[in-house]
Design a protein around this ligand. Structure first.
Ligand code: PLP
Length: 426
């Protein structure tokens, strides 16, 4: 019996939910026991404002080594010259970059939310849209891929100071070289948010945006399979384009602006227990076995997308290059909302999330699509055969989403199947 049995009972209920279900949320994954142990360690007790070797608190000699390990490992992983591993989340990493490179009211560009962008790339309810002036670019209606011609036209028209690439529901590789060309044409800084595909990039299966972008951000908990958190990277440090200098008159490097935008700009003390877990995760990403996992993630996503398309589902852009796909439900089920589809599948222990599709006529609350991803289920050991099973179960539920008998039958099949797919020891 724990002192706070109430909360530990809830944790166990969540554990059982994760164990029994098929997890298809594209932004989720299951961390290893060592990542989990580092997160639940005594490092949570330590204050460490500042950076290794330059802290505002005493007693940081050990956490300095932890944070240095995390920085060095992630730099090796992505071939980066600069890393800040302190952002508490992906959205905070992005907020820090915007604080470092923009002034309130400045114009920047990002992929529109309803075309697969992220809230922190200019949504009117996020600081990115509240403090700065976002101009959204879109996907091409025919191809379902980023419309780089439109991006260029908008950049020439609006002269943004920053252009953001990357998104939350985009299944295709990005043309980073083209984006850098557009950014250079208008004198903008290029930020790539690789939060979703970072684990595949780490494995060398997708192009590395650090070769093209001025600044790269990521979360650490999606395909990278580390703890919940954010990072900021640069392939090469550079002088700030605004001629800002230190008190001694030295030109400020971008690294200085980014570090101070994280702390004290947007955060207080870093979460050293999470940074330790990030280091463990990066260590796993650097291990040769990581490539095998990442290849399976990609293979599984392709098989799932192809099977769904054979069943008459529409996948935006006609497929996937990464771990994710956006299913447009409108052609196969004109009356089915993403909300109802999500609820029915969740009731069958197949966890997905509703998502707006490009040119959606329904609101963000209802939506016409669902987003699927293969990273978490692949961590459980799923291979291609499981993807065929999942496609069939999704169709079975969505053909009759309010039929409790169907939902129960599918849930029992899901629970029985997942018994053979272990979830680490915790
Ligand atoms: N950037 C992208 C592209 C994302 O998809 C997400 C989250 O889904 C984030 C940033 C935000 O990450 P967090 O939830 O850790 O703030």
């Amino acid at each position: 019996m724990k002192k706070d049995q109430e909360i530990f009972d809830l944790i166990e209920r969540e554990h059982q939910r994760q164990l029994k279900g098929m997890e298809l949320i594209a932004s989720e994954n299951f961390v290893s026991d060592e990542v989990m142990a580092a997160m639940g360690s005594c490092l949570t007790n330590k204050y460490a404002e500042g950076l290794p070797g330059k802290r505002y608190y005493g007693g940081c000699q050990v956490v300095d080594e932890v944070e240095d390990l995390a920085r060095n490992r992630v730099k090796k992983l992505f071939d980066a010259e600069f890393a800040n591993v302190q952002p508490h989340s992906g959205a905070q990493a992005n907020a820090a970059v915007l604080l470092a490179v923009l002034q309130p009211g400045d114009t920047f560009m990002g992929l529109n939310l309803d075309h697969g962008g992220h809230l922190s790339h200019g949504s009117h309810v996020n600081t990115s849209g509240l403090l700065y002036k976002p101009v959204g670019y879109n996907l091409n209606r025919e191809t379902g891929r980023v419309d780089y011609d439109e991006m260029e036209r908008l950049a020439l028209e609006h002269k943004p100071k920053l252009i953001i690439g990357g998104g939350s529901a985009y299944s295709r590789e990005w043309d980073y070289a083209r984006m850098r060309k557009i950014a250079d044409e208008v004198g903008a800084i290029l930020l790539i948010d690789m939060a979703h595909p970072a684990g595949l990039i780490a494995a060398g299966l997708l192009d590395n945006p650090l070769k093209y972008a001025h600044i790269v951000t990521s979360t650490t908990h999606k395909t990278l399979r580390g703890p919940r958190g954010g990072i900021i990277l640069m392939g090469k440090d550079f002088d700030n384009p605004w001629g800002l200098t230190t008190k001694k008159g030295e030109v400020k490097k971008m690294s200085m602006l980014l570090n101070s935008a994280v702390f004290p700009g947007t955060q207080g003390g870093p979460l050293e227990h999470v940074i330790a877990a990030k280091a463990v995760g990066f260590g796993e990403n650097l291990d040769p076995s990581w490539k095998e996992y990442a290849m399976q993630v990609k293979k599984n996503a392709v098989v799932l997308a192809e099977d769904l398309m054979q069943r008459g589902f529409t996948i935006v852009s006609g497929g996937t290059d990464n771990h994710s796909m956006l299913v447009d439900l409108r052609a196969k089920y004109p009356d089915l909302t993403g909300k109802l589809a999500e609820n029915a599948l969740v009731a069958a222990d197949i966890t997905v999330n509703k998502n707006m599709v490009p040119f959606d006529t329904r609101s963000a609350f209802l939506t016409s699509g669902i987003r699927l991803g293969s990273a978490a289920i692949t961590t459980r050991g799923a291979k291609e055969d499981m993807m065929h099973l999942i496609a069939g179960l999704i169709e079975e539920v969505l053909n009759d989403p309010e039929n409790e008998v169907v939902i129960k039958r599918v849930r029992e099949k899901v629970n029985a199947t997942m018994k053979d797919y272990p979830l680490f020891a915790y």
